[in-house]
Unconditional design. Structure first.
Lengths: 332, 513
C-alpha cells in the first residue's frame, strides 16, 4: 500500500479497479460456468429462485457489513431470526380471534417482528457498549439464548402458522411486482440504501472511523457507543425484515430455522471485500458475496458434477481464498 | 579525513530508492565505521527512514549498492541483515508486549537444551545483559509492564544477543526523559568501545553534537553535507537541514494581552491523575503547561474536554457549563489536539479528506456528506497549513510526521474553536515544521483565540508562551509570566521547591529540549 499510495491518482485507479472487481470476476466466472453446465441456468425461473433464496441471508448480511465495519461481530443473527419467526407465528396465530384472519393481522405480526428485532439488536448492543463485554462473547451468548427460546416456545417441535393465514401471507414471499419477487425487491432496496448510507452519510463515515481506530473516533467527538448501539439495532431490524419474508415461505419455525445463517452472512461480507477487523465496509461487495454463495449452491444442484453435499466445502474454500486475495492486495 | 579511522563496515554507495515513479533517495553515499556514531539528520520526509530501511534490509534499493565489509550485498529481508549483524531498532518498538523481557530478548534466537527451551540460561543471559545496560528489571515481567526507557534497553539487549556489529537507532530519545537519555548515551559509549558501528537519528540536535563522531545531513532525499561532528554545531545542522537560515524560531510575543477570561477552571479533579486544579485562560493568550512527564497535564485537559471522568466547575465566558463529552466541548468552542497523533489523532489507513473532516463532519453533512465541500476544505487546509502529500488519496500513515501533525492541526482547526488546546504540538517533528507551527500558534492568538500549549520542551514553553502554569504530581505547583518565564523558575516549580536538585528525584526527569 505504501508504494501504491504515492503513485499518481490515475495509475492508482487501475490498481484499485483490479482490487475492487475481484468479487465481480468471481461472480462472472460462476455465471459462465453455470451457463455452460446447464442451459436452464439463466432462465427467469432459476434466476428468480436463486435471488429470492439469497434475499434472507442478503438482507441480514447488509446489516452484518455495518456490524463488521465498526469492528464488531454478531453471531446471533441466525438464532435471532428463528426466535423472531417463532414469536411472529405465535403472535399471528393468537391475533386471529381478535383481529381476524386478514391483512390487518399480518401487518400487526410484521410490526411485532420488526420491533422485536430492534429489541434483540438493542439487547446485543447495550450489553456490548454499556456492559463493556466483547461482541463475540455477547452474541455467542445470545445465539444460545435465542436458539433455546425458540425450541422452548415450540416445545421441541415446530411452530406452525395457521393454515388460512398462511394463504393470505403467501404472496409476501411468492408474489411480486412486475414479475419480480418481493424478496428480491426488498433485498435490492435494502442493499441500495445500505450502500448509500455506508458511502454517503456521516453515520457510514463514523462506522468506518470506529472500526479503524476507536480512540481516534472518540477523540474526534464521535459518540462511539451510540453509533455502535445503533448499528446492532440496525442489524436486529434487518433480521426482522428478513424474517418477515421468511415466515410465509415455510409458514413454520423450529429448532433448525436459520441454522448457520450467521456464518453465511459473515462469509458473504468477507468475500465482498469488507475487512474482518473493521474499518472498511462495502455493501455492494456483500451483495456480490451473497449471490456467489447461492450460485455455488444452485450450480451444484443443477448439475451432477460434484455432489451437492460438498457445497459447504466449496464455500469454505472460497471464503479462505477471498481472504488470501485480500491479504495479497495489502502487500502489493 | 584522518587516515587512522577504521574501515567502514557498512556502506551505502550511490543509493537510489524510488516508490513507483517518485524517487525519494538520490545517489546517497553513507558509511558506518566500527566504534563510531554516525548521526543522520534531516527534516521529516528527508529520506532518513528510507535510507535506514535500505541499510537494514527492510527495503531493497532501486539503484546503487549496499556494501558490507567491502563486499556488495543485497539483503532479501531484515532477517538476513540481522544475521549479518545489522540491526534496526524501530522508533515504535518491535517487542511482543505480552511476553516477558527475557522471552523478547531471545525471540527467534531461543537457547535450547535438546528439544526444550533452556529457560535458565536465557534468564541468566538476559539479566546480565540488562544489568550491563544499567536496567536491572525483573526479566520475567511482561514487556507491557516496563517503562518506555526499559523497553528501549530490552530492544538493545535483543540486538546484542544477535551480536549486532551495526546498530541503527531511529530517534531513540524521542520518547525518553532527560535522565533516561543519559543512561542510553552511556550505553552508546560502551557499545562504541566494543567496536559497534552506530547509526543515530534524532531531532534533538544538541544531543547529536554531543554523541556523534560524524554527521550526515539529508534534505529532500539528497545528501547535503557530511562532516566530522567536531566541525558541526546544532545551528549549522538546522540550517543545512532546512536549507535556509533559522534566525527566529519563535515569533514575537504579543505585547498587550486582554484580561478577559474565556475559560475558568475551578477545583478540577481527574481521579487518579489531577487534584483540585484551578486556572484561568484569557482571550488571545498563549498559556503554557509545563511539568514532568506524568504530572497530569494531559489528563487535566482530557478531563476538561470530557474525554475522562472528572469533577469540578468550568466557566466559559463567565457562564458555568457542563462538558460531558468531546462533542459538547466542540460546541462550547473548545478543541483538543492529542499528543498521540498516530493512536488517537489520525486514521492512518484513510486518506487526507476523511481525516480532515472527521471532527467537523457535521459541517459537511445534511442527509449526505458533501464530498465536494470536503475537497474544497482539504485544498484550503493544504494551502493554509502547507501540508505536503504525494497525493490527496494516499493513506495518511504514509505522510511524514510533520505533515501528519499539520493535518491533525488542520482537522482540529476545522471546527473553528475559540480555545485550542495543543498537547505536545511539535513532538517528533523537524525544526522547519516546528517553526511553521509556532508561527501558526502565534497567528491564532493574534486572531483573538486562546491557546493552551502542553509541552515538555522547555525552549518551546519559554519561547512561545505568555504565561506558564507548572504542574507537579497532579496539582498546579505554580505560575510564571512575562519575564519570569525562565528555565530555572519552571524547573524549580516542577520539582517542588524543597528538592535541591533535579537529579535527586526518583523515576522522573524534566525534558529540557
Amino acid at each position: 500500500m505504501s508504494a501504491e499510495a504515492k503513485v499518481e491518482p490515475q495509475r492508482r485507479r487501475f490498481a484499485v479497479d483490479l482490487h475492487v472487481i475481484g468479487p465481480l470476476l468471481a461472480l462472472l466466472a460462476l455465471v459462465i460456468l453455470g451457463m455452460s453446465l446447464n442451459d436452464q441456468f439463466l432462465s427467469a425461473g432459476n434466476v428468480t429462485n436463486v435471488l429470492a433464496r439469497s434475499a434472507f441471508i442478503g438482507v441480514i448480511a447488509v446489516g452484518a457489513t455495518f456490524v463488521i465495519t465498526i469492528g464488531g461481530l454478531d453471531l446471533s443473527v441466525g438464532s435471532m431470526s428463528a426466535f423472531l419467526a417463532g414469536v411472529t407465528i405465535i403472535v399471528l396465530n393468537s391475533l386471529i380471534p381478535i383481529a381476524g384472519g386478514g391483512w390487518g393481522t399480518i401487518i400487526l405480526g410484521m410490526a411485532a417482528c420488526l420491533l422485536l428485532g430492534l429489541g434483540a439488536g438493542f439487547l446485543n448492543g447495550i450489553l456490548i457498549t454499556k456492559g463493556r463485554i466483547e461482541a463475540f462473547i455477547v452474541t455467542l451468548g445470545t445465539l444460545g439464548i435465542f436458539r433455546s427460546l425458540v425450541v422452548w416456545l415450540a416445545d421441541g417441535g415446530t411452530l406452525s402458522l395457521d393454515f388460512n393465514l398462511r394463504e393470505v401471507y403467501r404472496p409476501v414471499y411468492y408474489g411480486g411486482l412486475a414479475g419480480i419477487a418481493w424478496p428480491i425487491i426488498v433485498f435490492a432496496l435494502v442493499a441500495i440504501i445500505g450502500e448509500i448510507v455506508m458511502r454517503r452519510t456521516a453515520y457510514g463515515r463514523h462506522c468506518a472511523a470506529i472500526g479503524s481506530n476507536e480512540q481516534v473516533a472518540r477523540y474526534s467527538a464521535i459518540h462511539v457507543d451510540r453509533v455502535r448501539l445503533a448499528t446492532y439495532m440496525l442489524q436486529g431490524l434487518l433480521v426482522g425484515i428478513a424474517t418477515v419474508m421468511y415466515v410465509p415461505r415455510l409458514g413454520s419455525a423450529s429448532s433448525t430455522t436459520g441454522i448457520l445463517w450467521e456464518l453465511e452472512a459473515i462469509a458473504a461480507v468477507i468475500i465482498g471485500g469488507t475487512v474482518l477487523k473493521g474499518g472498511f465496509g462495502r455493501v455492494w461487495g456483500t451483495v456480490v458475496g451473497v449471490v456467489i454463495l447461492s450460485l455455488i449452491d444452485n450450480i451444484l444442484n443443477l448439475t451432477d458434477l460434484v455432489s451437492p453435499y460438498l457445497n459447504g466445502a466449496i464455500q469454505g474454500v472460497i471464503i479462505i481464498l477471498a481472504v488470501v486475495l485480500q491479504r495479497g492486495r495489502k502487500g502489493a | 579525513m584522518k587516515s587512522s579511522r577504521p574501515v567502514p563496515i557498512l556502506e551505502a554507495r550511490g543509493v537510489i530508492k524510488s516508490f513507483g515513479p517518485i524517487e525519494v533517495l538520490h545517489h546517497v553515499d553513507f558509511a558506518l565505521r566500527p566504534g563510531e556514531v554516525h548521526a543522520l539528520v534531516g527534516e521529516n520526509g528527508a529520506g532518513k527512514s528510507t535510507l535506514m530501511k535500505c541499510l537494514a534490509g527492510y527495503q531493497p534499493v532501486s539503484g546503487g549498492e549496499i556494501v558490507l565489509k567491502g563486499e556488495p550485498v543485497s539483503f532479501p529481508d531484515s532477517e538476513a541483515a540481522e544475521k549479518a549483524g545489522v540491526v534496526l531498532i524501530h522508533q515504535e518498538f518491535n517487542l511482543a508486549e505480552q511476553l516477558s523481557a527475557e522471552e523478547n530478548v531471545f525471540l527467534g534466537r531461543e537457547l535450547k537444551r535438546g528439544f526444550f527451551l533452556d529457560r535458565k540460561a536465557m534468564r541468566a543471559r538476559a539479566e546480565s545483559l540488562l544489568r550491563e545496560l544499567a536496567t536491572p528489571v525483573d526479566t520475567r515481567l511482561p514487556v507491557s509492564r516496563l517503562s518506555v526507557s526499559q523497553k528501549q534497553m530490552v530492544e538493545i539487549a535483543k540486538a546484542l544477543v544477535r551480536e549486532a556489529r551495526v546498530l541503527i537507532m531511529d530517534e531513540p530519545t524521542a520518547v525518553l526523559t532527560g535522565r533516561e537519555a543519559e543512561v542510553l548515551f552511556a550505553q552508546i559509549e560502551r557499545l562504541k568501545a566494543d567496536g559497534v558501528a552506530i547509526l543515530y537519528t534524532s531531532h534533538k540536535l544538541d544531543e547529536i553534537a554531543r554523541i556523534a563522531d560524524e554527521v550526515t545531513v539529508l534534505r529532500d532525499g539528497a545528501l547535503v553535507a557530511n562532516a566530522p561532528a567536531a566541525e558541526m554545531n546544532p545551528n549549522r545542522m538546522a540550517e543545512l537541514m532546512v536549507g535556509r537560515e533559522l534566525s527566529d524560531l519563535f515569533p514575537e510575543k504579543l505585547a498587550d494581552r486582554s484580561r478577559e477570561v474565556v475559560l475558568s477552571v475551578r477545583d478540577f479533579s481527574v481521579p487518579g491523575y489531577v487534584e483540585t486544579a484551578s486556572f484561568d485562560l484569557h482571550r488571545g493568550e498563549i498559556l503554557g503547561f509545563a511539568g514532568l512527564v506524568g504530572a497530569g497535564r494531559t489528563e487535566l485537559m482530557e478531563g476538561i474536554m470530557g474525554l475522562r471522568p472528572a469533577s469540578g466547575t468550568i466557566g466559559r465566558n463567565g457562564e458555568t457549563v457542563r462538558i460531558r463529552d468531546p462533542k459538547e466541548a466542540t460546541r462550547r468552542g473548545l478543541a483538543y489536539l492529542t499528543e498521540d497523533r498516530k493512536g488517537r489523532g489520525l486514521l492512518l489507513k484513510y486518506g487526507l479528506r476523511e481525516n480532515l473532516t472527521l471532527l467537523g463532519l457535521d459541517r459537511f453533512s445534511g442527509i449526505f456528506v458533501d464530498e465536494k465541500a470536503e475537497d474544497k476544505a482539504l485544498d484550503a487546509a493544504i494551502r493554509r497549513f502547507d501540508i505536503r502529500a504525494g497525493s490527496k488519496t494516499m493513506a495518511v500513515g504514509n505522510l511524514s510526521g510533520g505533515n501528519q501533525q499539520k493535518l491533525l492541526l488542520a482537522k482540529t482547526m476545522l471546527v473553528e474553536p475559540q480555545i485550542v488546546i495543543l498537547d505536545e504540538p511539535t513532538r517528533g517533528i523537524d525544526i522547519g515544521t516546528k517553526q511553521q507551527i509556532y508561527a501558526f500558534i502565534n497567528e491564532l492568538a493574534r486572531e483573538g483565540r486562546s491557546v493552551i500549549v502542553i509541552s515538555s520542551e522547555m525552549t518551546e514553553v519559554i519561547g512561545l508562551c505568555d504565561r506558564v502554569i507548572v504542574m507537579r504530581s497532579g496539582r498546579i505547583a505554580g505560575e510564571v509570566s512575562g519575564a519570569e518565564i525562565t528555565e530555572e523558575a519552571i524547573v524549580r516549580r516542577a520539582m517542588g521547591l524543597e528538592a535541591r536538585q533535579g537529579t535527586e528525584m526518583t523515576g522522573e526527569a524534566v525534558h529540557v529540549g
